[in-house]
Design a protein around this ligand. Structure first.
Ligand SMILES: Cc1cc2nc3c(=O)[nH]c(=O)nc-3n(C[C@H](O)[C@H](O)[C@H](O)COP(=O)(O)O)c2cc1C
Length: 157
């Protein structure tokens, strides 16, 4: 996945094992939130996250969001507060949350939009590219969530 065209290659490698807050959740998009609005969220997030050291992926499909957010604990905590106050989505369900010394899973993605059909592939690539046991355990928990309702529709639509 890291060889795809357009993938930024000039990313500074970080010290392995910095303290990262990882927040993974799903939520339901509010009425009126369409593809164009999601593109606006991505554009805003890429700018904002770059200055906050946050990286991750955002998936939108069948009216459901899935987002993997990783970054410095104080910045991620601020973002979580913002996310909870954002009327463009609701029913936020935390799927995973860890503050730990670990590697970033998406070091080059300020916030990448991923199609729901590609969610499993993106997570599988991440699983294969990390040797970090905490990341591996978190990804396995996400796969378990995806295999159970209501997330089962994501990635299969
Ligand atoms: C599904 C979803 C994902 C979002 N992801 C991010 C993100 O990664 N980074 C970000 O800065 N804002 C993101 N936002 C926007 C925030 O919820 C919020 O509007 C923005 O951070 C500004 O917050 P503030 O007014 O509290 O500063 C997202 C919004 C939605 C609905």
């Amino acid at each position: 996945m890291y060889d795809e065209p357009g993938f930024p290659r000039d990313v500074e490698p970080e010290e392995p094992g910095i303290t990262l807050d990882t927040f993974v959740y799903c939520s339901r998009a509010s009425e009126g939130v369409d593809d164009a609005e999601v593109d606006r969220i991505i554009e805003f997030s890429q700018r904002q996250n770059a200055s906050r050291g946050i990286t991750g992926v955002l998936v939108f499909g069948s009216g459901v969001f899935f987002q993997w957010v990783e970054g410095p604990p104080t910045e991620v905590q601020k973002l979580i507060v913002s996310l909870h106050g954002d009327s463009r989505h609701f029913d936020i369900v935390e799927l995973d949350r860890c503050v730990d010394s670990r590697e970033r899973l998406y070091p080059a993605w300020g916030m990448e939009r991923v199609e729901a059909d590609d969610l499993r592939e993106v997570l599988q690539d991440a699983l294969e590219s990390t040797e970090d046991e905490l990341n591996i355990a978190a990804l396995k928990r996400i796969f378990e969530h995806l295999d159970s309702a209501p997330m089962a529709s994501l990635g299969q639509s």
